[in-house]
Design a protein around this ligand. Structure first.
Ligand code: ZN
Length: 318
């Protein structure tokens, strides 16, 4: 990768809150390419930003993975339940899922009665059978939607990947009906696991994660765009738990995210033993302890309000 893909925010203002107080935070390497990236942090809103223009060249085929269907099914059923709670007694009407991936969540929402559609930048070959008809391909910012169209908008682990989150929030405000809701789940840079593991934090994922939000940074962004009833809650327990588990293992293994890649089928156990024998043995030896510690710390993080991922929801002012 060329150095032209690095950008520097030092000396510039925070793209989220406009403050000029940005300082160097950490430096981390991409576990796929090995390239190193600096991350800066805004002293006012607490968000951290990867110094990379665009991570388009850093998504390999395996990134989208073959997530095990039982994990995907469990994650989607929790998401649909949260969606129902957010909608309350409102009729289930039009929903937009931005960065919908293979479309499995929007299909689950459709089964729950929503007229759901999605947008996705990733290649269409990753879309699940049957979902293609409801997915518009491309960047949400470049796609046209009528104003005041949707009753709800969801972003499950997609806002941290975009180059202009402030533009996304502005546009979400325009496509939502007055009183409509937005639900955003992203990793929390203020979480216990982010603080404990720094550059080894599983959910840091540079350079694909361009923005690392704090609760404060998202609250500010939503308030500035005339959203109300803003709430920040712990996000997916599965994502939080795996964040602890893989981050603990990243501390003892030189090959980062080995368990994650094994679970996704990106690397086979045979290949892992052949290429990373020592790391594989360390991982296998540490897993029994890591699964217990990960569970304990996940609960602790949630109790302290510092879960690894957060779910931020809000409504457009009527
Ligand atoms: Zn800021």
């Amino acid at each position: 990768m060329t150095s032209s893909q690095q950008r520097s925010f030092i000396g510039n203002s925070c793209p989220l809150c406009g403050a000029g107080d940005l300082e160097r935070f950490l430096s981390a390497s991409d576990y796929i390419s090995g390239d190193r990236f600096d991350v800066v942090r805004c002293l006012r809103c607490g968000a951290a930003i990867t110094e990379a223009h665009d991570a388009a060249g850093y998504y390999d085929e395996g990134y989208y993975g073959q997530r095990k269907s039982f994990v995907e099914g469990a994650v989607n059923s929790f998401r649909v339940r949260k969606l129902s709670r957010m909608a309350g007694s409102d009729p289930r009407k039009e929903l937009l899922d931005i960065g919908c991936g293979n479309g499995s969540f929007l299909m689950a929402a459709r089964r729950d009665g929503w007229d759901a559609q999605g947008t996705e930048i990733a290649p269409s070959s990753h879309i699940m059978t049957g979902a293609g008809a409801f997915i518009r391909s491309g960047d949400f910012l470049r796609l046209e939607f009528p104003a005041d169209r949707f009753d709800g908008v969801t972003l499950w682990h997609s806002l941290e990947h975009v180059t202009d989150p402030a533009g996304y929030i502005r546009k979400i405000g325009s496509v939502l009906k007055p009183g409509g809701f937005v639900m955003i789940e992203v990793p929390d840079i203020d979480s216990l696991q982010a603080e404990a593991f720094g550059e080894n934090w599983f959910h840091l994922d540079v350079p694909r994660h361009l923005f690392h939000f704090s609760p404060e940074s998202l609250k500010r962004l939503l308030e500035e765009n005339r959203f109300t009833d803003i709430s920040v809650r712990p996000g997916s327990f599965i994502y939080c738990y795996f964040g602890w588990l893989q981050s603990i293992l990243n501390k003892v293994s030189r090959r980062k995210n080995l368990l994650f890649d094994l679970m996704n089928g990106k690397i086979s156990a045979r290949e892992a033993y052949a290429k990373h024998a020592r790391d594989m043995m360390t991982t296998v030896a540490c897993v029994p302890f890591a699964v217990v510690f990960a569970a304990l710390f996940s609960v602790l993080g949630m109790c302290l309000g510092r879960s690894g991922v957060m779910l931020v929801s809000a409504r457009k002012k009527s």
